[in-house]
Design a binder for this molecule. Structure first.
Ligand code: NOJ
Length: 545
């Protein structure tokens, strides 16, 4: 397996609108991010992934782009963005940008032209179809609405949108579309960015015959259609291979075997991917399932390909709330999850605020939510006659607002995030959970992350070591080794609220164990082991000698 800078990197995701507001308009911005770069650098991360900062009407928080070449005034300006790039590079870090090319905003000039008439030369840049029996062309469902089709009354045809009505899908079959996108990518790469996170990149090709599907609710049919690999190979050939960058594709609905096709080195498509087997198959924690998913992906990618490790981002509820314990054991649990993500095979991603153990929100009224996916689904369900309270309860855990609340900088009003009114409510627990408090406490989650990242930089075994799960069936303990040449590390995680006993496998009984890191202050360091008593959410890494 080839060694590369990006395989060895830790990525920090900045959802800028919730990061830090420098001008009091209630939205985070690029100046605010520049002011906090030292904070990010201090953590030790290598790469910053910036969510979309392009011009956008913000129907889907920037994922509806109306100009790929401009910076939305809400975030700043091109000059400030240039300053950001240079400040990131000065600090020895890299910057990757979001690439959203499955769809544009309906306000993008390409779409405005496309919808203006059936004969417009950009008509074919989007996906237009006639009605069938006076109705939508087929029964496909979108992520955010009951149908992917929206009728354009002036030309009397439907256009396709895999997300909101205001996010029409581009027609990738048209070579002019592909070339326009490639030119846009080169524009940013020539400015010196270090790569792209590619939004739903496996959705670019639609099912060929546009016929009805058996079960429209399960929207897997929107992705991984024949032709997708050819387009990504073309993108690689025409654009990506000419730059020393990293690419991470957001690739829903894939098994490890399918995922491998996108990232196998010899296929010349992408470097790594976000798959959603964990998020999709595990609404709540299920350790045995998690281990199986890790094993399957490891085996699929071990020869050629590279995984990404994450449990939360701007679309997925904060990990300590969804998969850990955000109450009694919040600190230990946040550190345990970090230990796991930084020692499993693949690149670790930190979502802003994760490094201080920020939690999800608990709102009871729809007015308090902001997420278009949540609001649309709520309306759809309530219109079917379901009880509104019950609907909120059922959607709450996975609402995207859980991870979008502002970063909690200190215990002053609005968590020090803004001097104005925040665009989304601050989590009321900011008085207790905030950066200022974390930076004062040498045992904080923040400093634990810093240590993990530092360890990863200085120990290749954490990056390139072979992975072996010792207890695949245990429902509470996750125990695995990483081995590189003569270096052997043992990771022990008690993912439960109870004390547990680990019985060491016979073959390790004569080994000596040197502790590398632990999330309780008073863990044993040098010893031989037969059994080990683990406290709730205890995490340990040992070097085996
Ligand atoms: C995935 C993004 O992460 C999400 O926030 C967005 O709504 C959809 N893609 C559509 O672009």
């Amino acid at each position: 397996m080839k060694k590369t800078w990006w395989k060895e990197s830790v990525v920090y995701q900045v959802y800028w609108r919730s990061f830090f507001d420098s001008d009091g308009d209630g939205y985070g911005d690029l100046k605010g991010l520049i002011q906090k770069l030292d904070y990010i650098q201090h953590l030790g991360v290598d790469v910053i992934w910036l969510n979309p900062v392009y011009d956008s009407p913000d129907v889907d928080n920037g994922y509806d782009i109306s100009n790929y070449l401009g910076i939305t005034p809400r975030a700043g300006s091109m000059d400030i963005w240039e300053e950001l790039l240079s400040e990131v590079h000065t600090r020895g870090m890299k910057l990757i940008m979001d690439l959203v090319v499955n769809h544009t905003s309906s306000s993008h000039p390409w779409f405005i032209e496309s919808r203006s008439s059936i004969n417009n030369e950009k008509r074919d840049w989007y996906i237009w179809k006639d009605a069938v029996d006076g109705k939508e062309p087929n029964n496909w469902r979108s992520y955010f609405t009951p149908s992917v089709w929206e009728l354009d009354t002036s030309t009397n045809q439907y256009y396709m949108h895999s997300f909101a009505i205001e996010q029409p899908d581009l027609n990738w079959q048209n070579p002019n579309v592909r070339n326009a996108i490639y030119d846009m990518m080169k524009y940013w790469l020539d400015k010196g960015i270090d790569g792209f996170r590619m939004d739903v990149i496996n959705l670019l090709v639609k099912p060929k015959d546009f016929s009805n599907v058996e079960n429209p609710e399960k929207i897997h049919y929107l992705g991984n259609n024949p032709g997708i690999h050819e387009y990504l190979q073309e993108m690689h050939e025409k654009v990506l291979k000419h730059y020393d960058i990293m690419t991470v594709g957001e690739i829903p609905f894939v098994t490890p075997e399918m995922g491998r096709e996108y990232v196998a080195e010899e296929n010349k498509e992408l470097d790594t991917l976000f798959h959603f087997q964990i998020a999709d198959d595990m609404p709540t924690w299920d350790l045995v399932k998690y281990k199986k998913i890790q094993k399957d992906w490891y085996e699929a990618l071990v020869k050629s390909g590279w995984n990404s490790q994450f449990l939360n981002n701007h679309d997925h509820t904060r990990q300590v709330t969804r998969y850990g314990n955000d109450e009694q054991y919040r600190e230990q649990s946040a550190k345990l999850l970090a230990t796991m993500l930084h020692t499993l095979p693949g690149m670790p991603y930190i979502f802003q605020g994760e490094e201080i153990g920020m939690t999800g929100v608990h709102y009871d009224s729809i007015e308090e939510y902001n997420d278009i996916a949540m609001i649309n689904k709520y309306e759809e369900e309530v219109n079917k006659g379901r009880n509104p309270k019950e609907v909120i309860q059922s959607l709450k855990l996975l609402s995207r607002d859980n991870s979008r609340t502002p970063v909690q900088w200190d215990d002053t009003e609005n968590a020090g995030f803004t001097q104005g009114t925040p665009w989304i409510k601050v989590n009321p627990n900011y008085t207790k959970i905030n950066v200022k408090t974390a930076l004062k406490d040498p045992n904080s989650i923040y400093y634990y992350y810093q240590k993990l990242i530092d360890l990863r930089k200085n120990n290749e075994v954490m990056v390139y070591g072979q992975y072996h799960d010792l207890l695949p069936e245990d429902t509470n303990l996750y125990v695995y080794t990483r081995v590189l040449d003569n270096e052997k590390w043992l990771v022990i995680l008690n993912h439960s609220d109870e004390n547990r006993v680990l019985h060491f496998p016979e073959r390790y009984k004569n080994n000596r164990f040197k502790q590398i890191i632990g999330n309780y202050e008073d863990a044993e360091s040098h010893s031989t082991k037969e059994i080990m008593n683990l406290r709730p959410h205890e995490a340990l890494i040992y070097q085996m000698i």
